[in-house]
Ligand binder design. Structure first.
Ligand SMILES: Nc1ncnc2c1ncn2[C@@H]1O[C@H](COP(=O)(O)OP(=O)(O)O)[C@@H](O)[C@H]1O
Ligand SMILES: [Mg+2]
Length: 248
């Protein structure tokens, strides 16, 4: 598994709709990523970030181009194989948290394990441990609707990690979190992303979390316009801040 590239994509396009209503969301994405990496995707609203990570999570099919996720092409699978692939290999944190309202927080976190038929008590035990790690142990028995947005986001994060996915995609994982909680959640995600058998791709607008990434991929209008190591990006941001400071 670790000898494979986590993501290989070349010339990926995605068009929504047809004819006059067609929207070209991705116009030729090339990207390779290795296990053990954390990649941040940044860019203006509507540039294709959610579309791209949905393709990386095997939730959405591309229109054209070559794609391998952990060495396999999700579009070459049957629907059933693809569902299994997602259950086993992929974790995702959506912008909307997609929690199940009728069941408790701890059951929500345990869903990925229950779906693959693991023992219920063991699954709930693991879910409780993860809830402790995200600081929500005391809310395990609550319904999701009783939690704040930031707390729900942490539940979604715990759920995305519980089955130890190879590929973790996160759509603005810290957007609903205050500074301190966001920091804690990012540390958890970084710890996960540093594992040699895991890739994390996260969409963010938050410059404060750039330093958690290894590389920053800038997107604009359906394309990746540049990819830089996060050290270089942060040095550039600091230089801009310094120049601004001098100008005042
Ligand atoms: N299901 C959809 N149907 C039609 N157009 C869509 C759909 N999802 C996204 N789009 C369009 O595709 C483009 C890229 O969207 P998206 O990937 O959500 O961008 P981002 O996450 O960077 O804001 C936008 O123009 C958006 O309006
Ligand atoms: Mg988006």
């Amino acid at each position: 598994m670790t000898s494979e590239q986590a993501i290989f994509c070349e010339g990926i396009t995605k068009t929504y709709g047809e004819g006059e209503a067609a929207v070209k969301a991705l116009r030729g994405i090339d990207l390779t990523a290795d296990f053990g990496e954390i990649i941040a995707l940044v860019g203006p609203s509507g540039c294709g970030k959610t579309t791209l990570i949905s393709i990386f999570a095997a939730i959405l099919s591309r229109s054209s181009g070559a794609l391998r996720l952990a060495g396999v092409d999700p579009d070459a699978m049957t629907n059933q194989e693809r569902t299994l692939f997602r259950r086993e290999k992929v974790g995702f944190i959506f912008q909307q948290f997609n929690l199940v309202p009728q069941i408790s927080v701890v059951e929500n976190v345990a869903i990925p394990l229950l779906l693959r038929g693991e023992n219920r008590n063991e699954a709930l035990d693991r879910a409780e441990k993860l809830l402790t790690e995200v600081g929500l142990h005391n809310r395990a028995q609550s319904r999701p609707s009783k939690l704040s947005g930031g707390q729900q986001q942490r539940v979604a994060i715990a759920r995305s990690l519980i089955h130890e996915p190879s590929i973790l995609v996160c759509d603005e994982p810290t957007s609903a979190l205050d500074g301190a909680t966001g920091q804690r959640v990012m540390e958890l995600i970084r710890e996960q992303g540093r594992r040699p058998d895991r890739l994390v791709v996260l969409v963010t607008h938050d410059e404060r979390i750039y330093h958690f990434a290894d590389r920053i991929a800038h997107m604009d209008d359906g394309l990746i316009t540049r990819i830089v190591s996060s050290d270089v990006e942060l040095a550039a941001l600091q230089a801009v801040a310094f120049e601004k400071g001098k100008a005042q």
